[in-house]
Every structure is written in C-alpha cells, then in structure tokens.
Design a protein around this ligand. Structure first.
Ligand code: NAD
Length: 472
C-alpha cells in the first residue's frame, strides 16, 4: 500500500475522525477559555479520572491481558493501581503546588515582593509506549491536568485493546474539549507532530525520541523524553546471592522483560556468574514450574515483530545456560540466561526489551565502570554489593537516569524520586511533584512599590554614573 491508498486510517471507523489540526484547535480554544486555569475544575477532572479507574478496573485489566497476556496481579499493581495512586497524589497535593511560591528574598530585594507562578504551558501532547500502556499515558496526564493544561493523548497502537478502551473511556469521564484521545500509528503521529504544542511528553524508544525532538524544535516546544537503552546490573561476590538472583530475575521476568528499566545485562566475574546461574535455575522453577509456557504468571511478547526480533537473539543457541525455548504461535519466550557473552554479540548491540539476560564477564568494579562509561548513558544502573567503596565508585563515576543499589524496578515507585533518563536514555524527569512541575512554567515575578525610601535605596543605578556609585 502506498500512502495514497492507505485508508483515512483504520482508526476512522465511522468516517468522522477529527484531523490532528482539528483536535489541537479544539484544545487550543478550550485552553484560551481559561477553563483549566480554575483549580476547582482541575480537581473535578482528576476526581473523574479516579472514578474512571474505580468503575473500569476489571475492563482495564482485561485489556492488558489481551494485549500482553498480563497476569492480573501485574496488571493491577504495575498499571491500574499504580496510576490510580498517581491521580490520588495529585488530588492530595496539587492545590498546594499550584499556589504562587514565595522564594527566599536576597537582601537588596528586602522591599520587593518576589514570587513564582506555576503557569500551565497550554496545550500538551503526551505520546506513550505500549509496555505499560496505562501508567505511561495516564500518569503524565494526571500531572498535566493538575498543572492546568489541555491535553491530547496518543496511546501506543501496539497495545491495541488498551488504546481502544482508553479512547472509549476518557470522553465519558473527562471534559471532551480539554482532554482528547488521538489514536494512530506512525503516520497519524507524524501528522500530530506537525501541529504546534506548548509541551510534548514522549515515552518510547531513543530512535523515535529523536523524531519527536526534531519536530518539537520547529516551535521550540519544550519536551520530556522518557527513553530506553541498555541498563546494566553489576554484581560482586559480597552480596546475598539468593536475594540478588530473585530481585534481578523479578526485574527481568515481570512483563516478560518488556520494561524500560528491566536489567538489560549483567556484569560480574566468572565466579559470581556460576553462583548466579545455579540459584537462578532453582528460582525460575519455583516461580514458573517445569514448564514456563503453561504458567499463568508469565507474560507474552507484545507482537510477532517483537517476538522475532527477540527470537533472533536465540537463533544460534549459543551461550544458553538457562531457558532458550520459544513458541511463535503464542509469542512465548522463556526466561533465558546467556553466559560468557561477548560484548560484540548482537544481543549487546541494542536494548533487549525481553526476557533474555546476557552475562558479560568483567574482573572488577573498575572494569565494569569503564564498560558502562564506554556506552550510552543508561536509564538506570543497578549495583549489587555490600561494599560502601563500590557503591561510592558507581555513584561518583557513572552517569545514568537513576541508580539503584541491591534492588530492581522499585525506584520507579518512589514518587519523591525523579524518574527519567539522561543522554540517549532521555531528558527531563517526573513522578510525584515532578509530574506537576513538568507541566508548568515557573514564572518568576518581581514587584516593586512606589515608596520614596525604595526609590532612594535603588537610585544609585541611574546615570550619570560615577566612581562612588560603582564602588558603593
Ligand atoms: P516507540 O518509540 O516505537 O513508540 C512510542 C510511541 O511513538 C508510540 O505511541 C508510537 O505510535 C509512536 N511512534 C512510533 N514510531 C513513530 C514515528 N516514526 N514517528 C512518530 N511517532 C512514532 O517505542 P515502543 O516500542 O512503544 O516502546 C519501547 C521503547 O520505549 C523502549 O526503548 C523502552 O525502553 C522505552 N520506554 C521507556 C520508558 C521510560 O519511562 N523511560 C518507559 C517505557 C518504554
């Protein structure tokens, strides 16, 4: 099919789909009406969003099951309940956060009033990835609503059932002009990106992040880019290996490894690798039984395309210490650990984003740090050690979006911690107050009075200049 013969899009079911420019123009008019400046209006919208979760939790979990084969516990804790908590946090605090802030006053401004207004940007675009299709879309939405913006949300077309459900639900619960869902694939998203937005919040791959950044550049639109990359896990022999294996495998096997902050690969010595493998075999059996494929607690790969990309990593059957089975019919890939992996192997050239865990042998933490620093900055670095010296070495000599000691994924859940990448893993961060701050412009203001004393105190600035004025 050429672009001419493509249907107006498969999203245009009844032939009355709004164009990207119409959607943005509706949002722009709504923003200009100042509706969303009203804090009570924002509160009501956030409450409606919360009610949407309460009344549709099961339907949302079913959609996640359909898209990702996601077990109910993962669907609830990672997506539905997690996002609900984001909305609750906003409801609890946003009115306080939205108030003009009074920063400390420098002495020369003793007679002035200074303050910082939290201005909404205006019309915001949120584009999201498919792996946590609710959290990554509606979490930022809560922040954007709280900040007083009008919002266009673009769910990932790849988590199709969830995207369709969100497109049905949002207009039932939220103001139809201020908050709109725009469904689409690459072509439709490209249309959207031609429009002028006041802020763009993007979650996805580094490759598409660049496209979004370039589009934003046209109008100097500020962006948050929540991207991916290869997040390493360093392990030394000082650790409790049983706990380390469980924590790393949980981070790698949840959602079948389709998590931006899943540990991508391990760096450790040969001795640590051997211990890791022997415990990992036992742990995986305990979690998923002898036949992982029949376990109800293990997800599937999102699409055939993603399945074959992952399956290719296993094609030569090289270095497989654990796992290695796959089934195209149901897009199953077994949790697989590859040992003694060469840094030049294909599995080490791109983000894995699936349940395959390569181990690269290094001799010591210095070598691990050099290995990491020779590559793009990761979204997160995991360091498993009891040694304070080693922890300090990683904290002071590496750069990554986040850094986590002796645990995986949990830093994502702490809403007082900024979550985000640096370099190729992204720019900007959010969560908690950070989600509110992302979507407001901090407008610093100064007000001076007309009192004679104020004028006298500041009159030295006026010409004619003199030595005595300069040196006062
Ligand atoms: P993706 O970049 O392929 O797609 C993300 C979004 O961009 C989708 O909505 C998609 O429709 C749109 N898109 C795709 N190609 C486009 C194009 N050419 N022009 C305009 N829009 C386009 O990413 P994905 O496959 O959905 O998600 C996986 C990636 O996202 C991984 O790299 C992962 O690490 C990353 N990720 C990051 C985070 C984070 O919070 N940092 C969270 C989840 C996923």
């Amino acid at each position: 099919e050429t672009s001419e013969t493509l249907p107006v899009t498969k999203y245009d079911r009844n032939g009355c789909r709004k164009s990207a420019s119409e959607v943005v123009s509706i949002a722009r008019t709504a923003f200009n009406s100042c509706k969303t400046k009203n804090v009570a209006f924002r509160r009501q919208q956030l409450k409606n969003l919360l009610r949407m979760f309460d009344e549709n939790a099961k339907a949302l979990e079913d959609a996640l099951k359909k898209d990702l084969g996601r077990p109910r516990q993962e669907a609830s804790s990672f997506d539905v309940e997690f996002t609900k908590n984001d909305v609750i946090t906003m409801l609890m605090h946003f009115e306080e956060w939205a108030k003009p802030e009074k920063p400390p006053k420098p002495l020369p401004n003793a007679l002035d009033q200074i303050c910082v207004y939290n201005d909404p940007y205006g019309v915001v675009l949120i584009i999201s990835a498919w792996n946590f299709p609710i959290t990554l879309l509606l979490g930022p939405l809560a922040g954007a609503i709280a900040g007083g913006n009008c919002v266009v949300i673009k769910p990932s077309e790849i988590a199709e059932a969830t995207a369709q459900l969100i497109a049905e639900l949002i207009p039932k619960y939220l103001d139809k002009e201020c908050y709109q869902v725009y469904l689409g694939e690459v072509m439709e998203t490209a249309e959207l990106l031609k429009e002028r937005f006041d802020y763009i919040f993007f979650t996805g791959s580094t490759t598409v992040g660049r496209i979004v950044h370039a589009a934003a550049n046209k109008y100097l639109t500020p962006v948050t880019l929540e991207l991916g990359g290869k997040s390493p896990a360093y392990i030394d022999k000082s650790v409790d290996m049983e706990m380390t294996v469980r924590r790393i495998l949980w981070g790698k096997c949840s959602n079948a490894g389709q998590i931006c902050i899943a540990p991508d690969y391990i760096l450790c010595t040969k001795e640590v690798q051997d211990k890791f493998i022997s415990i990992a075999a036992k742990v995986l059996k305990e979690w998923y039984g002898d036949d992982v494929e029949s376990s109800p607690d293990y997800c599937r790969i999102i699409s055939d395309k993603h399945y074959s990309r992952l399956n290719n990593f296993l094609a030569d059957k090289k270095n497989i210490a654990i796992g290695g089975k796959s089934n195209a019919a149901n897009r199953f890939i077994e949790p697989t650990i590859l040992v003694n992996v060469n840094p030049n192997d294909s599995v080490m050239q791109e983000e894995i984003f699936g349940p395959i865990l390569p181990i690269v042998i290094i001799e010591n933490p210095h070598e691990a740090i050099n290995f990491i620093n020779a590559r793009e900055k990761p979204l997160v670095i995991y360091v498993f050690t009891k040694s304070k010296t080693v922890k300090d070495m990683f904290a002071n000599n590496t750069s990554s979006g986040n850094l986590s000691f002796n645990e995986t994924l949990f830093h994502f859940t702490v809403d007082t911690l900024p979550f985000g990448g640096v370099g190729f893993s992204g720019m900007g961060s959010y969560h908690g107050k950070g989600s509110f701050d992302t979507f407001v412009h901090k407008k610093g203001t100064l007000e001076r009075n007309f009192a004679a004393i104020t004028e006298k105190c500041t009159a030295f600035r006026y010409p004619p200049y003199s030595e005595s004025k300069t040196n006062r």
